[in-house]
Design a protein around this ligand. Structure first.
Ligand code: NI
Length: 145
């Protein structure tokens, strides 16, 4: 287990009360767990800002009856084959499809692919969720390293 460092922080009373409310709301066991994950969230944001290799997932909702759309989406994924790790297709109803596309690469390329899909006619929603390859994140509890 990595060495634990004990910190003492100073907060205004109202802010401390908000911290406790947030900890309770998000069902963390204690403030330390909550703050660890806040820091990891910032580290992920920093990876994206610095243009490092990251992980991301596009969630796509589209109408597959729109002419040529499925082919265009397929072509875009082939053009970015080096970044596409996996994808899952779900038929939501007669018209609508959902697709989740897991990506690894530079943030600019992941954004470019998302934007390329979003602007296609028939695409109702294209959202890119930001995550990390995990390399810069401190491992929780008993790590294997
Ligand atoms: Ni479908």
């Amino acid at each position: 287990m990595s060495d634990l460092v004990r910190l003492s922080i100073s907060l205004e009373g109202e802010l401390a009360a908000e911290l406790d409310r947030l900890v309770e709301h998000s069902r963390y066991e204690n403030r330390s767990e909550f703050i660890r994950d806040l820091i990891r969230g910032q580290l992920v944001e920093e990876e994206w800002q610095q243009g490092r290799e990251v992980l991301g997932t596009i969630t796509l909702i589209y109408d597959h009856h729109t002419g040529g759309l499925s082919d265009k989406l397929n072509s875009l994924q082939h053009e970015h084959h080096a970044s596409v790790l996996a994808s899952t297709h779900v038929h939501l109803d007669h018209h609508l499809c959902a697709e989740m596309i897991m990506l690894r690469g530079k943030p600019a390329i992941l954004r470019e692919l998302t934007d390329g899909m979003r602007k296609l006619k028939g695409v109702l929603h294209a959202a890119l969720a930001f995550s990390s390859t995990g390399k810069s994140l401190v491992r929780k509890g008993h790590g294997h390293v």
